[in-house]
Design a protein around this ligand. Structure first.
Ligand code: SF4
Length: 326
């Protein structure tokens, strides 16, 4: 396989949700995702980082077509999947997988693990009974739920949170998708199993050569995990770069603030810890006219009332800020 092949290409993607308020004749729009562009190559991974409400989950769910884009284009393996009919959408569901943050709510309580894993194979009419059995047992082995015969006969309530999330991962991988969206996959798990689950995801991504978008509000978990880090703020990507570059040379004031807020295990360094700038992300019904970070930015200037364009300040390092775009 050619690693330079682009799997996913996003062009000027917007996802606006319409809300209607009594007394108003015109609808209002929540601009959850507002003008996103990027490419992801086969086998590569992105950590998509931002505060709650930044639009990262909306972006992830739109990429796998659980939400309709308002405008822009999504290309998957060279195919425009922005407006698929239901037959092609079924094909696209096979090519992509979603791991959600809540394993407790993601698994049907009345199904055994075996039945949960068999469901996508039945929907897509894959294999004979025996072929499905082999595939289900292999999937359980892949996520290290062994002995597989024991785990396959359990119901979700008989599993720990970490084991449930392993079943969710097995289910999302059983169709051998090319792209996985993992939306805060460890945020509801005990701290003791978070690293294990992230290590497992990384291992499976490498093993099956999948592309992965890992959505998180926690920059501390992305080190060593992904090829790229994308920083999202109020519906925009404000900075994106290769992981080491972004961690060692953050440029956007918001990225710098996020990085400085990561707790350092060294007590000496902990004294230098600064906080994310005070204030809240803007209301996305009526965001600031220019840079959306301006109300919280200590470097805000007159020109920041005009929206900055994203520019590539150095090779493979993009930032959307007037400090670099004069
Ligand atoms: Fe701050 Fe202006 Fe850059 Fe926005 S564009 S982050 S307000 S300096």
């Amino acid at each position: 396989m050619n690693n330079n092949e682009v799997l996913l290409k996003i062009e000027n993607l917007r996802v606006w949700f319409e809300i209607r308020k009594r007394m108003l004749s015109q609808p209002l729009y929540v601009r959850a995702v507002d003008g996103i562009n990027f490419e992801l190559k086969k086998g590569e991974s992105i950590s998509l980082v931002g505060e709650s409400g930044s639009g990262k989950t909306t972006l992830g769910k739109t990429i796998i077509r659980l939400y309709e884009p308002t405008s822009g284009k999504i290309y998957f393996d060279g195919i425009d999947i922005t407006n698929l009919n239901s037959k092609d959408l079924k094909w696209y569901r096979k090519e992509t997988g979603l791991i959600q943050q809540d394993p407790f709510g993601a698994l049907p309580s009345h199904f055994t693990v075996y039945r949960i894993l068999e469901e996508p194979l039945l929907i897509h009419k894959i294999g004979t009974v025996e072929e499905r059995r082999k595939r289900i047992f292999k999937a359980l082995e892949d996520v290290k739920l062994t002995p597989v015969e024991d785990f396959s006969s359990k119901y979700p309530h008989m599993l720990s949170g970490g084991q449930m999330q392993r079943v969710v991962i097995a289910r999302s991988l059983i169709m051998r998708p090319k792209l996985i969206i993992a939306d805060e996959p460890v945020s509801m798990l005990d701290a003791s199993v978070r690293i294990e689950i992230l290590d497992l995801l990384k291992e499976l991504q490498d093993k099956f050569h999948m592309s992965l978008i890992y959505i998180t509000h926690d920059l501390a978990t992305v080190r060593m995990f992904s090829n790229w880090i994308f920083i999202m703020y109020a519906g925009n990507l404000v900075e994106r770069a290769l992981t080491n570059e972004l961690l060692n040379n953050p440029l956007h004031p918001y990225t710098k603030a996020l990085l400085s807020a990561i707790p350092d295990p060294d007590p000496e360094n902990r004294k230098k810890l600064r906080e994310v700038p005070p204030g809240e992300p803007p209301n996305l019904i009526n965001p600031p006219p220019g840079c959306r970070f301006a109300p919280r930015c200590q470097y805000a200037m007159e020109i920041c009332n005009t929206e900055p364009q994203e520019i590539e300040v150095q090779s493979k390092h993009w930032v959307k800020c007037w400090l670099f775009n004069k």
